[in-house]
Design a protein around this ligand. Sequence first.
Ligand SMILES: O=C(O)C(=O)C[C@H](O)[C@H](O)CO
Length: 344
Amino acid sequence: MEQKSSRNFDLLTLGQVLLRLSPPDNERLSRGDTFVKQVGGAELNVAVGASLLGLHTGVISKLPAHDIGSFMKGKIRSFGVSDDFFMYDHSPSARLGIYYYENGAYPRKPKVIYDRNNSSFFSLDINEIPQEVYTASKCFHTTGITLALSEQVRETTIEMVKRFKAAGTLVSFDVNFRGNLWSGDQARETILKILPYVDIFFCSEDTARLTFLKTGTAKEMMKSFTEEYPISIVASTQRIVHSPKLHTFGSVIYDAARGEYYEEEPYRNIEVVDRIGSGDAYISGALYGLLSSGGDCAKAVAYGNATAAVKNTIPGDLPSSNLDEIETIIQAHNATGYQSEMAR
Ligand SMILES: O=C(O)C(=O)C[C@H](O)[C@H](O)CO
């Protein structure tokens, strides 16, 4: 796995930053008088998680040039994530994407309502992205959410993926399939166009089967991506939902150059408070593991699993663990097998 040490950033992510509005406690979206403001967006979540672990990260995005944009910018900076590559929309109709989230409580499911169409990010054009971005970072990460947003954003993203790859940047991509943004067929058709440029690929077993129509075991499917495309690393997370508030989380990583799979005992009996963003937290930990070690997949599994497991226990989209916390949790996980013992 090649890393260019002269690059200023370890990780740049591309995506829409979203304002999340949730009624407090278990109140419903259709009732109540108050919303809690939170900050989200899959690619921002990854940049925040990796920054808290110690990587130098930034987000490439487009925000409205008004107070709501400033609120987001302040929040993002407070996590040490750079706004060097923010573009601003000065038009009178500039707006930030919003999503409304209602917490679930068994047997009522959680609810997501997007209000993001035609927000400022949707006008992101390849010509407004500064050329220096393509050589600014060791790794570039984006997701299927960004590709799903609009034709304009899709074209910009595909072109950026190609330019980052051509500039020698490691390209990381998470399918992150959202059925409320596009269909499986649309996702497959689009993502297959960028897989020739992807180095690190995050794809769940369900998505491999349902979206990419793969068959076989989870490990066979992971390997098959690397046989069809020049992908170096495939990571797949696994979640078992024992009850709405009690989950098991683990992952497998396949290293194509070594022809080896890496996995560890999963985290069991996670007390889930808010699972949103835990997949992104996993990616932040896995990329930290890879980028801080020159491609050690065992480290990626350990840091990815621990960062995701902890995120599940915290409200909001963003990870909040620093390196000390994650390393303490990894040590406890390895030494005592506490989570494993509890399940036996
Ligand atoms: O759903 C989206 O598009 C978001 O980006 C909001 C959340 O932060 C994201 O889903 C978590 O992965």
